[in-house]
Each structure stands twice: as structure tokens, then as C-alpha cells.
Design a protein around this ligand. Sequence first.
Ligand SMILES: NC(=O)c1ccc[n+]([C@@H]2O[C@H](COP(=O)([O-])OP(=O)(O)OC[C@H]3O[C@@H](n4cnc5c(N)ncnc54)[C@H](OP(=O)(O)O)[C@@H]3O)[C@@H](O)[C@H]2O)c1
Length: 330
Amino acid sequence: MANVTIVGAAGYTGQETLDRVLAHPSLELYAVGSDSLAGRDATALDPRLNRNGGRRVPRFITNEAALSVDADITFVCLSHEEAAALEPRTGGVVVDLSGAHRLRDADLYATWYGFHHPHPESLAGWVYGLPELVEVHGRLIANPGCYATATLLALGPLRDHVEPTSVVVDAKSGMTGAGRTPRASTHAGFVLENLSPYKVGSHQHVPEIAQFLGFPITFTPHLLPVRRGLLATCYVQSTGADLRAVLEEHYAGSAVVTVLPDGVAPELGRVQGTDAAEIGVFQDRFTDRTIVICALDNLGKGAAGQAVQNVNRLFGFPDTAGLRLPGVLV
Ligand SMILES: NC(=O)c1ccc[n+]([C@@H]2O[C@H](COP(=O)([O-])OP(=O)(O)OC[C@H]3O[C@@H](n4cnc5c(N)ncnc54)[C@H](OP(=O)(O)O)[C@@H]3O)[C@@H](O)[C@H]2O)c1
């Protein structure tokens, strides 16, 4: 068994991580941090926790205290700027779900995240944890962004087979992608019955996508009037390879990512609430472009599911331990 601390456990990704840790056969919850709930029982977060017969969740402590706990694994579910400030104090694995340690070039933080990185020298020590595309190793894991995960699952295996200047990505996410803090732009009165592009050409996941692919892309995110789920539609031009064949071969052994049969499109409804991802590949009849679509849950494979999957890889647990993978017709 490996013991776990979750810092920022009251937020969306923190709760989703907590849920997976409780379902994991080889992880034991050691401490949960939340500044707003410090000192209170876990039932203050959700009355379904600590039921008779269920696994116990300890009383909340502050995030600062949680960061000092000597756990085997610390999941950090804080804002980008809060996570950037932390200096890992224990010798255990740290999985940061924020964007604070994804970029190699510290100068990009001022441009894309709006703050100067306080520990630029530390960035080289973090591994970008996208287990289908990167061999995860070490003890400092930068968990990828939700949009970046969908885009890179679709395009990562194709990066040597597409015209770099041809890549355009149109993506849409449910409202939980923006976190729990209420804002006018995520207020139900604005979001429901609406579809709005935001951060057009300037979303903070663009540089991590470009960093992985090795070339820039055009990317437009949109806010969908649903609670969870994310879909990225990627338009690319092949340099000659059969892009479907490349993707099918790459994901042939994956229990998490499925390349759908020809003619079948990914759907939010099949991935919402899960840690799975679906990829569809289509050929445009009029142009020589290929359209690769990836659907996943922003809080699942786009956050907590991936964080736990990274830990599974690091500790040699089964890849899908603790994950929520879909059945059929649910
Ligand atoms: N949401 C996503 O789909 C997603 C996907 C991938 C990565 N991420 C990244 O993961 C990190 C955490 O994201 P998140 O979506 O989990 O953020 P969040 O829901 O805003 O939670 C972050 C922290 O904000 C505090 N908080 C803010 N509003 C709250 C409220 N109404 N009730 C309770 N707590 C509240 C909590 O801390 P205290 O209790 O300590 O005050 C919580 O730990 C961010 O860096 C984000 O970019 C998010």
C-alpha cells in the first residue's frame, strides 16, 4: 500500500482525486488538505463520505499542513499560482494537477498564465505525465491540462506525420473545467442555452501542446452548457501516412483510449464521469484534410484519472487501478 495526501481536496479535481483514491486497492488516504474546511470532518465536503463500512477519510487539515505530511504520494489540486509557489518538502511522489510545472520555458508563464514563475530553475525536474505518450518516471509529475490531454491524445502519435502549419484545433469543455469559484463568465445565467468561445488564440494550454508537438497550433476553446466533458476537433493535413492506421496501432493495447471504428464519432455522453477517452478519425471529402476528434471527461482523463494513472505507472500498479472505465450503454 502507498499512502496519499491530497492538497486542495475541496475543489473539483481534489474531490475527483479523492474518489479515485478511495476506490484504489493499493492506495491509502493519509491526509486531506483544504483551507476552507480545515478542522472539519470529511462529511462537511460530502455527506456520503465516512459512511459505515466505507473507507475512512481523515479530518481536513490546512493545505500548508497537508504539504508537510510525509506521504508516499501527494496530489496537488491547487490553482496554478499556488502550485508554482510550492517547493516539494517530502521525498515522495508529487503529482501537480495545475499548469505550474508543465512548461520548460519559465518565461512562458508570464505570457500565458499571467505570473512570473517563482521557481524557474525547478521546471526541468518535472516530467510531463501523459502516460500514453510519455514514459512516466521520477517523482515530480506535471499532470497535463484537460484540453492538452484531448489534443495530444489525438495528435501526439501523429506529430511526425502531419504538416505542422496545417494544425487547427476547435475544442469545447463543460463548465467544471473552470473550477468551483463562481465567476460571471461561468454563471448558469450566462452559460446555459449558450455556446461561447473564450481565450481565443491565447488559452494557456496552447504552449504545452506546442511544447510536446514541437510546432505551434491554432486553438480555440469554447464553453459548453454541460457540467463535464470535453471534445477536441483537430484538423490536420497528412504528409502521406495513413493517420487512422498510426492511431490504431498506437492505442491498440490501451484500456483507457479507444480509437473508434471508421464512421463512428466520439460522444461526450460515453465519456462523462469516466477516465476513458475516445478518438474518431474522418477524412474530409472535399479537402485532403483529416479530422481527428477526441472526447474525454475534463475531470477524469483530463485531470484526476490521469493523475492516478500516472501514479499507477510509477508504482507498478495495474494501469487502470482506481480508474472509472465505462461499461456499455450507461
Ligand atoms: N477543473 C478541471 O477540469 C481541471 C482539469 C485539469 C486541471 N485542472 C487544474 O487543477 C487545479 C485545480 O482545479 P479545480 O478545478 O479543482 O479548482 P477549484 O475547483 O477552483 O478548486 C481549487 C481550490 O479552490 C478552493 N475553492 C474555490 N472555490 C471553492 C468552493 N466554492 N468550494 C470549495 N472550495 C473552493 C478550494 O481550496 P480551499 O478549500 O483550500 O480554499 C479548492 O481546493 C487548477 O490548477 C486547474 O487548472 C482543472
